[in-house]
Design a protein around this ligand. Structure first.
Ligand code: PEP
Ligand code: MG
Length: 324
């Protein structure tokens, strides 16, 4: 089987019925970068910028951040790189910026924290814009968005960062701005999000956690956490349909995209971009090359009508066995 995986490395990510599915990497460490280039992905669909913030003893400064982002953008250029703005809070807390909350996953995390601290946010945005100069492959993604105004607030900060840089003689580009669809409320206003964002990225990890009200890190309820829950699939379908209606680019970047069963269902829904951990890339390319999208579409229609995620998993396990 491993040999089978090596064999797909150089092959295109196209289904037997001729549909191209773009595969991107989720990265966070510089070491992920070379591996994902080697696996032949089309770009970075999610670069989590938290890591350098987590391992330092204070907020990294602008120069420090420029160097970090520049490395990622440069190594992938001309392929697109999606840098997500700081997503701390929730399960990721900074030792030098402690947050004590009863419900951290419902608390001060992601965009909520950075919008409350424009000095932290502006430093990061300036660093991203500076790193992109001359490369032009940067896209910016916002985590934990739950209100439409947050997008406008970020656009204002981005414009300010760009003006400040211009005053310093640096001509930065305004990159595409994307929104993570990971809070269920966004799905009930999805048309508005499509209007206001340049692209969407569906975070199935948090979306599953919030839809099912199951802490994604609590082992006691781990058996209830399943991204293939029919309710999650139905929610994902709403997002895919809305993105299509509006002609907006949509990538799925949570664990569902890197799970062979999840990837099949996403292909069946018509998702054209999957972003996953580097270790899943070849496996998923193998799946894409084996399973026709028409078959995947039948499977997802059945899955959404099922009662439980276990039933969905059983069906997908049988399907995958057929193709092995
Ligand atoms: C997600 O929530 O699905 C996601 C991709 O982001 P993270 O796992 O970093 O919260
Ligand atoms: Mg998330």
């Amino acid at each position: 089987f491993t040999q089978g995986l090596e064999a797909v490395k150089e092959k295109p990510s196209v289904s037997p019925d001729g549909r191209h599915i773009s595969l991107y990497a989720n990265t966070g460490l510089i070491s992920d970068i070379n591996l994902s280039i080697a696996a032949g992905c089309e770009g970075i669909g999610l670069h989590r910028t938290e890591f350098p913030f987590l391992i330092r003893d204070r907020f990294p400064g602008e120069e420090d951040q420029v160097l970090l982002y520049r490395q990622v953008l440069e190594q992938f250029s001309p392929r697109p790189v999606v840098l997500r703005t700081l997503d701390v809070g929730g399960d990721k807390s900074l030792p030098y910026f402690p947050i004590h909350e009863e419900n951290p996953f419902l608390g001060w995390r992601g965009i909520r924290l950075t919008l409350d601290h424009p000095e932290i946010f502006l430093t990061q945005l300036r660093a991203m814009l500076r790193a992109d100069v001359g490369l032009n492959n940067l896209q910016i993604l916002l985590p934990m968005v739950s209100r439409l105004e947050e997008i406008g607030d970020v656009r204002e900060l981005l414009a300010r960062a760009k003006e400040e840089l211009a005053e310093d003689g640096i001509e930065a580009r305004t990159p595409p701005l994307g929104v993570m669809i990971e809070v269920p409320a966004t799905i009930y206003q999805i048309d508005r999000y499509c209007d206001q964002a340049d692209f969407l990225s569906l975070g199935s990890n948090d979306l599953t956690q919030y839809l099912l009200a199951v802490d994604r890190n609590n082992s006691r309820v781990a058996n209830l956490y399943d991204e293939l829950h029919p309710a999650v699939l139905a929610a994902v379908r709403e997002v895919v349909w809305a993105a299509r209606r509006h002609g907006k680019r949509l990538t799925v970047c949570g664990g569902m995209a890197g799970d062979p069963a999840g990837a099949i269902l996403l292909m069946g829904l018509g998702v054209q971009g999957l972003s996953m951990s580097v270790s899943s890339l070849l496996r998923i390319k193998w799946v894409v090359r084996r399973v026709p999208v028409s078959r995947a579409a039948e499977l997802v229609n059945r899955a959404i009508e099922m009662d439980s995620p276990e039933e969905v998993r059983r069906m997908l396990r049988r399907t995958l066995e057929e193709y092995e």
